[in-house]
Design a protein around this ligand. Structure first.
Ligand SMILES: *[C@@H]1O[C@H](CO)[C@@H](O)[C@H](O)[C@H]1NC(C)=O
Ligand SMILES: *[C@@H]1O[C@H](CO)[C@@H](O)[C@H](O)[C@H]1NC(C)=O
Length: 147
């Protein structure tokens, strides 16, 4: 009897550990750790986009971002989330240390406009990119963080 009770509680404990392990990555779905990568730019049209955000619902500041598949998957549904982007090179490429916050509206692999480079983590709207870099550059090195 004692043995059975022990077995029962052991199984219960193991289940609880399994549930805890399973739930822990979900509680940090958006990883706030800054990452380093490249960013490109794209021009209008910004619709249709992977987030199905219509022209009239795009952020009025014109600061949008498309994320690569890795970031898209990592965040689950990043649509409407903000990403803070900071130039970490320069001064000939972008303005070192300057940053911006853009709204995620698209997925790199689904964009209707062609990005200046495909080999990047983020693609910024022309206005967003232009606020920290010269658009004669196809891509810049940035540090970015999902907010
Ligand atoms: C993203 O998720 C899709 C669907 O689950 C998968 O096919 C694809 O390989 C993933 N891509 C990356 C870069 O993780
Ligand atoms: C730029 O970075 C600073 C310091 O991290 C932060 O306080 C500020 O809000 C950022 N600005 C934008 C536009 O993201």
């Amino acid at each position: 009897m004692k043995g059975l009770l022990f077995l029962f509680f052991s199984i219960l404990l193991m289940d609880l550990i399994t549930i805890a392990l399973f739930l822990s990555p979900l509680s940090t779905a958006v990883d706030p750790t800054p990452e380093v990568g490249s960013a490109a730019w794209y021009d209008a049209p910004y619709t249709p986009n992977a987030c199905k955000i219509g022209e009239e619902h795009l952020a009025p500041d014109g600061l949008y971002a498309a994320v690569d598949e890795g970031l898209w998957n990592k965040t689950g549904n990043p649509c409407g989330s903000k990403v803070q982007v900071r130039c970490i090179e320069g001064p000939d490429t972008c303005h070192y240390g300057t940053n911006l916050t853009a709204t995620i509206t698209d997925r790199l692999q689904q964009m209707v406009s062609e990005p200046s480079s495909f080999d990047v983590r983020l693609v910024l709207s022309k206005k967003a990119y232009g606020s920290i870099a010269d658009s004669s550059r196809d891509s810049i090195k940035v540090q970015f963080q999902l907010l």
